[in-house]
Design a protein around this ligand. Structure first.
Ligand code: RB5
Length: 152
């Protein structure tokens, strides 16, 4: 898969480590930065990654900031993106299976590198549980984004 990765100054070290892991798993990386401790604004980085996923330029996205929250909020503003903040492997698996999430958000100030890698491997290893109820719910998310369908 082609994976768009991005982080702010709080998350770039973890992002770089996880990019190495993703390459080892055979994925191609498109890196939206940042690359140093110099402070940058996470919305701009997150927007680049989210747009890459939404446009199909990338298959998945990975965002890392201090908490993972800021980048997750931004990514979910972009139509077609289902970003999930995960700090445990149960959520990482469940959000792929139930939500078909396409962007993973992590907080480098919340979890350590080993757990982050485990979450990453779990998220990339899990597939969407196709079937009536999960597909219906994900379709409903798209309807809400499009302002279409009943009660929109
Ligand atoms: C940067 O200090 C911090 O606010 C950012 O990394 C992130 O945690 C925002 O949600």
């Amino acid at each position: 898969m082609k994976v768009a990765v991005g982080a702010d100054h709080a998350g770039y070290r973890m992002k770089d480590e996880l990019a190495v892991c993703l390459k080892g798993l055979g994925h191609e990386i498109v890196d939206f930065g940042t690359h140093s401790d110099a402070a940058v604004d996470y919305p701009d980085i997150a927007l680049g990654v989210a747009r890459a996923v939404a446009s199909g330029a990338a298959d998945r996205g990975l965002l890392v900031c201090g908490t993972g929250i800021g980048t997750c909020i931004v990514a979910n503003k972009v139509k077609g993106v289902r970003a999930a903040l995960c700090h445990d492997t149960f959520s990482a698996r469940a959000t792929r299976q139930h939500n078909d999430s396409n962007v993973l958000c992590l907080g480098a100030r919340v979890i350590g590198p080993s757990l982050a890698e485990e979450i990453l491997r779990t998220w990339f290893g899990a597939g969407f549980d196709r079937g009536e109820r999960h597909e219906r719910r994900v379709r409903r998310i798209s309807e809400i984004e499009d302002d279409s369908g009943p009660n929109c």
